[in-house]
Design a protein around this ligand. Structure first.
Ligand SMILES: NC(=O)c1ccc[n+]([C@@H]2O[C@H](COP(=O)([O-])OP(=O)(O)OC[C@H]3O[C@@H](n4cnc5c(N)ncnc54)[C@H](OP(=O)(O)O)[C@@H]3O)[C@@H](O)[C@H]2O)c1
Length: 280
């Protein structure tokens, strides 16, 4: 087999797995860079290399001969920014030409959402390397909205009447696969990947109510109530800050706005929440 030119990370996960399956179906040779080879999907045209982002030598070996790297952000942890820097350094050392990075909508140094600041930091680090970059800034995953609801059918958080334009993982994967199929055409681009509608949490609750056939409500919380209602998880402060700031970012209008980029890249309209739920 010829040397794969595209490396795909996160293929054992939801988003990277979707991208890998699309590339395989399109006949694009790829190298799946995973943490555990035993869990790598078995896909035609795909080879497997093992590397954890924080392991520089493993990353460099795994990325040797790769032209374009599709980099899914690491799982949330206090070390995530450092892991990202190490993996980017590995890509540079391996001679990778281009990194297509899954960033976050509204990434900026003063974003309200904690993870959007982390993604900005990684974007800046990527730009500092001089490699070609493509940023795919996705909004919150539409697929995760049902999980915002507690067992009591209540979505709680300090989102006020703010709107969010959450995006389906299938749509992100379609957009990413289109970029990876002809990557040089997108060098330097920053795409905003959103859904086709901006919804308030009250509207999200109404759509879930219609789908589930039982009452789902949104309860606006104060900041203090938001921290108190999440205290029983016993999660570290940085993680609770991230959870709560998801909602305060919505309240601040930083998750709002509908972009044409999914439709332009994927060649089909972005998916609504009702459509996603109906797909099951
Ligand atoms: N926009 C949003 O709403 C939203 C929500 C949640 C998360 N995210 C971010 O989006 C990313 C992708 O989402 P997803 O749903 O596909 O998550 P997922 O199903 O948990 O998959 C994450 C993938 O990344 C790999 N990975 C995680 N940390 C890594 C590391 N340090 N080094 C190498 N590989 C690593 C995982 O490998 P293993 O299988 O070995 O763990 C897995 O394949 C997440 O990792 C997170 O950063 C975004």
């Amino acid at each position: 087999m010829s040397t794969p030119v595209v490396a795909v990370t996160g293929a054992t996960g939801r988003l990277g797995g979707r991208v890998a399956r699309r590339l395989s179906a399109a006949g694009v040779a790829q190298r799946l860079v995973v943490r555990d080879a035993a869990r790598a999907p078995d896909l035609p045209g795909a080879s497997v290399a093992v590397a954890e982002y924080g392991d520089g030598p493993a990353g460099r070996a795994a990325l040797s001969g790769v032209g374009t790297l599709f980099m899914v952000s690491a799982s949330e942890s206090p070390d995530r920014a450092a892991e990202h820097r190490t993996f980017v350094d590995s890509a540079v050392a391996a001679g990778v030409e281009r990194i297509v990075y899954i960033s976050f909508y509204g990434a900026s140094p003063d974003a309200t959402f904690a993870h959007a600041r982390l993604h900005w930091e990684t974007e800046e680090y990527l730009r500092s390397t001089g490699l070609a970059t493509v940023m795919l800034r996705d909004n919150l995953y539409l697929d995760f909205l049902p999980a915002l609801m507690g067992e009591d059918g209540v979505i709680r958080g300090p989102a006020g009447d703010g709107r969010l334009s959450a995006v389906a993982q299938d749509d992100i994967a379609d957009a990413a696969a289109a970029v990876l199929s002809d990557p040089a055409r997108h060098d330097g681009k920053v795409y905003d990947l959103t859904g086709p509608e901006e919804l308030t949490m009250t509207e999200v609750a109404a759509i879930l109510t219609a789908h589930l056939g039982r009452q789902v409500r949104y309860v606006d919380e104060t900041l203090e109530q938001a921290y108190a209602s999440r205290a029983h998880y016993g999660a570290p402060q940085w993680e609770v800050d991230a959870w709560v700031s998801t909602y305060t970012a919505v309240a601040a209008g930083e998750m709002a706005g509908v972009s044409p980029d999914v439709a332009d890249l994927a060649g089909h309209p972005a998916t609504t929440l009702a459509e996603l739920l109906a797909r099951g």
